[in-house]
Write a protein that binds this ligand. Structure first.
Ligand SMILES: Nc1nc2c(ncn2[C@@H]2O[C@H](COP(=O)(O)OP(=O)(O)OP(=O)(O)O)[C@@H](O)[C@H]2O)c(=O)[nH]1
Ligand SMILES: [Mg+2]
Length: 471
């Protein structure tokens, strides 16, 4: 008894030491970025994906799983000591507890490591033992990618560009009046700098609401723990004829550079540049429901965001990446459980068409791309109901507000995406020949069988596209 414990301890010690060596030498790491605009469904996606990888009963389309080659998948301490851990357990408890809720908004970056033990397929299967592959999942706000354009500009260039663009925008009137009245050559007064930054932030928020997508610096709208710090206390100003040391203009210039080097650059250098696979989540249904202008805003913002996947044009990024590239990008329309499955192909087509420009660019950079509609945590069941004497394919779920069960028929998406995208581009106020309803459902109360993850739509297909080739 004593002897066994001892040898166990010894062998484990050796395995531990070997483990540390082999991890760096032989165990491949795949870094999966998960992004999307705020409320696109990132947190629910990661939680649903991880829960369904730990318990794989609902993952038939993941090939390694179907072939019975996955021996184990388990959570591990993450490799980056300074990143917050993605709080998987808390999010899963919220989603699948007795009183199921959607998780709270996260608005920052976080990370989680999953390790896979898989048996190789094909010819090698009899020859070698199981391999270990690590999957690092990184959740970050899509808004952060908007700042990429700042990296190649000086403060003077950025100020000129921004003030020119803002000149005719009604939302910018108060800020423009303030900026024009400012003399940048005078000595810095902190209160003035703060007032300018606050007015500029107000403009950014109003512009975002009004549908403008060129709202940078992105962290002004999602400041997190940087709120009030000098890196977020600057604004564009007209160039004075001279800007002596200690002047307002000089100090704004310094803070702009600090924003680039302390906020934008670290994110791109330490996180973005190391991503191998990327999923971009899009709440296309939410935008369609909100109307043509919201859909057009979403299209423009996504096009801007996805510039980050076409590094060629941006010297800062291409120097940083040094040839490293994202190999696969999945564009996913989330919350597809609001639609009967017969409509999913139409939703996918709309998203595909909306992102065409951006997708072509990514393809140009050599990445493999795919589009699909999915639901990370299915909150509805399908149901055929009679409506004005007609039968329609609807979905049923538990309403967020009242907790009551209700059936929803969201309307029929067009077969041709242009029927939505063209009026959106032309600035239509509302949809002419259709209406799209959307009810907010809460997560359903679920009783999971052993070995089964929470219900979803196509998470297994998404996982197969994103990492299947590495298993
Ligand atoms: N019905 C349904 N709703 C979903 C699904 N996924 C997300 N949602 C809804 O979308 C909301 C936002 O999801 P999150 O995962 O928190 O989105 P996020 O992108 O992490 O949001 P931020 O952290 O604020 O950036 C949720 O509160 C749900 O209302 C899904 O699969 N089905
Ligand atoms: Mg989140």
């Amino acid at each position: 008894m004593v002897f066994r414990t001892l040898t166990d301890g010894v062998t484990r010690g050796i395995e531990g030491a070997l483990g540390a060596v082999s991890e760096t030498l032989f165990e491949p790491v795949v870094r999966l970025g998960v992004t999307g605009l705020s409320r696109a469904g990132k947190t629910v996606f990661i939680t649903g994906l991880v829960a369904n990888l730990l318990d794989r009963g609902r993952m038939p389309q993941l090939r390694a799983q179907a072939e019975g080659r996955i021996e184990a998948i388990f959570l591990q301490p993450q490799p980056d000591d300074t990143l917050p851990r993605f709080d998987f357990e808390a999010h899963l408890a919220a989603l699948t507890g007795d009183d199921p809720r959607w998780p709270a908004s996260t608005r920052s970056i976080s990370e989680l490591r999953l390790s896979f033990r898989v048996r190789p397929s094909g010819m090698l299967s009899g020859l070698t033992g199981p391999r270990t592959v690590h999957l690092d999942i990184i959740d970050y706000p899509g808004e952060w990618l908007l700042d990429l354009s700042l990296m190649t500009k000086t403060y003077a260039q950025w100020s000129d560009d921004t003030l020119t663009r803002l000149a005719n925008r009604p939302q910018a009137r108060p800020f423009m009046a303030m900026a024009r009245a400012e003399d940048g050559s005078l000595k810095l007064e902190e209160a003035r700098a703060q007032a300018l930054a606050a007015s500029f932030t107000d403009y950014l928020n109003a512009a975002r609401k009004a549908g403008w997508s060129d709202c940078t610096p992105g962290r002004f709208m999602l400041p997190g723990d940087l709120a009030g710090s000098p890196v977020l206390t600057f604004a564009p100003l007209p160039a004075p004829s001279q800007a002596p040391r200690g002047s307002l203009y000089r100090e704004m210039d310094r803070r702009f550079e600090a924003y680039k080097s302390h906020v934008v650059q670290p994110f791109f250098r330490e996180h973005f540049s190391r991503i191998d696979r990327q999923v971009v989540l899009v709440d296309a249904l939410g935008a369609i429901h909100a109307g043509p202008q919201a859909l057009e805003d979403l299209r423009r913002t996504m096009a801007e965001i996805l510039q980050a996947f076409r590094p060629g044009r941006n010297t800062f990024l291409s120097q940083l990446l040094l040839g490293h590239r994202v190999e696969r990008i999945l564009f996913a329309a989330t919350m597809a459980d609001h639609l009967h499955h017969t409509q999913h192909p139409k939703l996918t087509a709309i998203m595909q068409s909306m992102l065409r420009e951006a997708r072509d660019r990514a393809a140009f950079a050599g990445a493999l791309t795919a589009a699909m509609s999915l639901s990370s945590l299915r909150a509805t069941v399908e149901e055929t109901v009679t409506r004005h004497g007609e039968t329609v394919e609807a979905v049923r779920g538990r309403l967020m507000e009242s907790g009551r069960q209700a059936a929803m028929y969201p309307g029929e998406l067009p077969d041709d995406p242009a029927r939505l995208l063209s009026p959106a581009r032309e600035g239509a106020e509302r949809w002419l020949d259709a209406e799209f309803a959307l009810m907010r459902f809460g997560p359903a109360r679920i009783a999971l069988k052993p070995g089964e993850g929470p219900p979803h739509i196509r998470l297994d297909r998404a996982a197969e596209f994103l990492i299947g080739d590495r298993l």
